[in-house]
Write a protein that binds this ligand. Structure first.
Ligand SMILES: Cc1cc2nc3c(=O)[nH]c(=O)nc-3n(C[C@H](O)[C@H](O)[C@H](O)COP(=O)(O)OP(=O)(O)OC[C@H]3O[C@@H](n4cnc5c(N)ncnc54)[C@H](O)[C@@H]3O)c2cc1C
Length: 246
């Protein structure tokens, strides 16, 4: 029973991301066929800087769909089930999550919320409960195995595992989904754990594909104001004025 540490790794991204987005945009505005342009793009006929400049300009107009042709896949570990439950609510994405049915959780790791870690009394209670949950899981699994649940014992014993129990997941999103995900989950309104993970993913993508992710982040960065209203605003940006909402 140990505390888990967040790790975010980029596994793969669509190759030739910039030419691909550029070609998709060009197909929208040109009478020609980008299938013919593609070999020339691959040969470097149009510099990556020129392509990136064109992409940035068109994106500003709100024409987003060409960025859907490029996707990124991340492997994430050291996250709680509380986080993955929020993550998988994002429907325009693909997920493969470690199974609690097939993977033994006898020594499950857990995510310790910083606010609990800071208060010795709270931390002690939390860690005691993790030990107790682990013990209950192991004992239940053993009892179920004795009663002919065989290798299915884990799938029932896991019902006593806490939301804090650690999980691992592979997530793939296209760039449009990622931009939307960052708008919601990099915001200080989002829950701290998913926000931390979102910022780690964004940091990787800012290096990987700056033309798309350079300005990405919470919604207020794009809007110039906070859309969360008086009750939830963090104060990073001013609230929407009547003129801005008109
Ligand atoms: C701060 C915060 C608090 C939250 N609190 C709660 C909560 O208390 N309870 C709760 O249940 N959820 C909560 N959520 C989750 C939220 O409601 C969304 O389910 C989640 O953020 C996924 O967002 P999405 O649907 O925009 O993303 P995606 O599912 O990835 O969808 C992306 C976009 O595609 C479009 N889209 C996708 N599916 C449909 C559809 N069926 N119909 C129409 N358009 C569609 C929408 O434009 C959507 O924005 C919270 C989220 C945040 C960020």
């Amino acid at each position: 029973m140990a505390e888990a540490r967040l790790e975010v790794k980029l596994l793969a991204g669509t190759p030739n991301a910039i030419p691909l987005i550029y070609a998709a945009f060009r197909q929208c505005y040109s009478p020609g066929f980008v299938g013919d342009l593609w070999p020339r793009l691959m040969q470097g006929e149009i510099s990556p800087e020129k392509q990136a400049g064109f992409i940035a300009k068109v994106l500003e107009s709100g024409h987003d769909s060409p960025v859907e042709h490029v996707s990124y896949s991340f492997a994430v570990q050291g996250i709680s089930r509380a986080l993955t439950h929020q993550l998988v609510r994002h429907r325009i994405a693909s997920y493969s999550q470690q199974s609690q049915r097939y993977v033994d959780e006898s020594d499950f790791e857990y995510v310790l919320p910083p606010a609990i870690a800071r208060i010795p009394q709270a931390r002690e209670k939390f860690e005691r409960f993790m030990l107790e949950a682990g013990r209950a899981y192991r004992e239940l699994k053993a009892i179920l195995q004795e009663h002919d649940r065989g290798n299915k014992a884990g799938e029932d014993a896991r019902f006593v595992l806490p939301q804090a129990s650690e999980s691992k997941i592979v997530v793939t999103m296209n760039c449009r989904s990622l931009l939307h995900f960052f708008e919601l989950r990099c915001c200080r309104r989002a829950q701290w754990e998913i926000r931390k993970m979102a910022w780690k993913m964004l940091k990787i993508l800012k290096d990987e594909l700056p033309v798309i992710f350079h300005h990405a982040g919470p919604r207020c960065e794009r809007l110039g104001y906070c859309p969360e209203g008086e009750r939830f605003t963090c104060g990073h940006k001013p609230l929407r004025t009547p003129a801005a909402s008109a």
